[in-house]
Design a protein around this ligand. Structure first.
Ligand code: ADP
Ligand code: ASP
Ligand code: MG
Length: 476
């Protein structure tokens, strides 16, 4: 049995996974449909037609997140361990990498056992992916993982050199050397175990340990990657396995904001966010934390501190919900994403459809059913897999392009009526039409035309006064 140090985490309140694979988040659907043998897979810009066929507001549903498997291996908890993760911009050039090395050395000087997880420098991963597609229109997934796992290794080796120059001992490890064991799904593998013996040995020798993020070794001994933004998950899984006091996520913004600060200039930095809110924010497009990393953090009670690499200021704590969170802020944030595709499927057996999608590893998100029509969304990156799965399920399908998803999230929504009313009044004022609306107790999501996404986010941020300090939360 994999061993996990007891962190007193919220294991007893873990959600039950509805489907074992594929669905990372979902909302409930209703009735049953009939089978249809015709496969039409056409792209359409005429989503207005689709929309008119659907009622404006669907039933309230609870978002469930996938259960997380045990992540720890033969680790034994040691006091004073800290896991620090630095994102791509933070290590974007040699000077920044040296600054990160200095920060790691400073933490080590405080007597801490330091494990640092690094991302690839700047746009390295994008460039490697581009390179692969210059060579092949459909790169072999195993080889693509071999290629794109390299970026993180470069960062770690360079950081180890810089740390040596500062007088500390350091060792860089690939995900595989660090004992990150995953399933066999290339491109979006899930960590199934962390065998941290080698990390412990190095820490016991007073070395700083640098672990290449975003990657692991599969149970069939191939190199895998964990999906974009996956270094966050490496860091959180290591923090869980090593029983670190918390996990520091260093990034290019000062914390988790009430909206993407690049879109909403007066977005407010949140002092504290509950795991549930952060799950919804990440699932809705706030890419500051990879969704999977929040799932692991919640399941193992790992406190996250999201903060700037470029300052010493406190950032945002992601932790258990507490009373103050509920009292002080009804809405914590507005998120948006351009990365979801919407499918409209008719006359297909629901069980067959979602089984086929799950089997193909498609992460289905929103699901709405009216009559014998099902609308669901899934990441754009899963489109080829989704198309193949729909063909296998003999589904008659429209692929709806040109939409963005906007979500309003807040734990206080549970106890405050009128949020939907204010949301849709705001949309009416700015003349934006919401499509495929779904809600959970702490979220309202809907799709808008792509070109309307940013002004919708700005208008909702304004309407709910999210820039105001009145709803500031204290650190927990
Ligand atoms: P890293 O390279 O450090 O992993 P990412 O680019 O993955 O950083 O995530 C940080 C980015 O997330 C920010 O630059 C910001 O534009 C974006 N972002 C989106 N929504 C939010 C939000 N609500 N709060 C903070 N950042 C957000
Ligand atoms: N380098 C990977 C990416 O760009 C992983 C990460 O940064 O977390 O997605
Ligand atoms: Mg990231």
């Amino acid at each position: 049995m994999p061993f996990l140090p007891d962190r007193g985490g919220p294991a007893s309140r873990r959600p039950v996974a509805a489907l074992r694979s594929g669905l990372s988040t979902r909302t409930a659907a209703s009735r049953h449909g009939n089978c249809n043998k015709t496969v039409t897979f056409r792209s359409t810009e005429r989503f207005e037609t689709v929309d008119r066929l659907l009622p404006r507001l669907q039933r309230v549903a609870t978002t469930e997140f996938e259960a997380v498997p045990a992540v720890a291996g033969d680790a034994t908890a040691r006091a004073g361990t800290i896991v620090m993760k630095f994102g791509g911009t933070s290590v974007g050039d040699p000077e920044k990498l040296k600054d990160v090395a200095a920060r790691i050395v400073a933490a080590h000087a405080e007597g801490t056992r330091v494990v640092a997880v690094l991302s690839a420098m700047g746009d390295t991963t994008d460039e490697l992916v581009r390179l692969a597609y210059e060579i092949s229109p459909r790169p072999e997934p195993r080889e693509l993982d071999m290629l794109i796992s390299v970026g993180e290794r470069i960062s770690c080796a360079l950081a180890a050199m810089a740390i040596h120059d500062l007088g500390d001992e350091a060792i860089s490890l690939t995900g595989s050397q660090a004992g990150i064991v995953t399933d066999t799904v290339h491109g979006k593998a899930k960590i199934v175990d962390v065998r941290a013996r080698r990390i412990h040995e190095a820490l016991d020798q007073d070395k700083v340990v640098l672990v290449a993020g975003f990657q692991g070794v599969s149970t069939s001994l191939d190199i895998t990657t964990l999906g974009r933004g996956g270094s966050d998950t490496t860091a959180v899984a290591l923090a869980a396995a090593l029983a670190a006091s918390h996990c520091e996520i260093y990034t290019d913004v000062a914390g988790v904001f009430s909206a993407d600060p690049r879109i909403v200039p007066n977005a407010r930095k949140l002092h504290a966010v509950s795991y549930d809110e952060m799950l919804e924010l990440s699932a809705s497009g706030a890419k500051v934390l990879q969704l999977r990393s929040v799932e692991v953090a919640r399941n193992y009670g790992v406190k996250l501190h999201v903060r700037s690499t470029f300052s010493d200021d406190d950032g945002t704590w992601v932790t258990e919900e507490d009373e103050r969170m509920l009292e002080k802020a009804i809405i914590s944030g507005v998120a948006h994403t351009f990365d979801e595709a919407v499918y409209r499927v008719q006359s297909v057996d629901r069980a067959d459809l979602f089984a086929a999608l799950a089997e193909a590893g498609v992460n289905v998100d929103t699901i709405i059913q009216t009559g014998d029509e099902i609308v669901f969304s899934a990441p754009l990156g899963d489109r080829d897999d989704a198309q193949a799965a729909l063909e296998r399920a003999s589904a008659n399908c429209d692929y709806i392009e040109g939409l963005a998803k906007v979500s309003l999230i807040g734990a206080g929504m549970k106890s405050h009526p009128g949020i939907a009313a204010r949301t849709f009044a705001t949309l009416r004022e700015i003349g934006v039409d919401a499509r495929f609306i779904v809600t959970s107790p702490i979220k309202i999501s809907f799709f808008v035309e792509r070109g309307d996404a940013e002004r919708t986010v700005l208008a909702l941020h304004e309407a709910f006064e999210l820039a105001s300090t009145a709803s500031e939360r204290e650190h927990v």
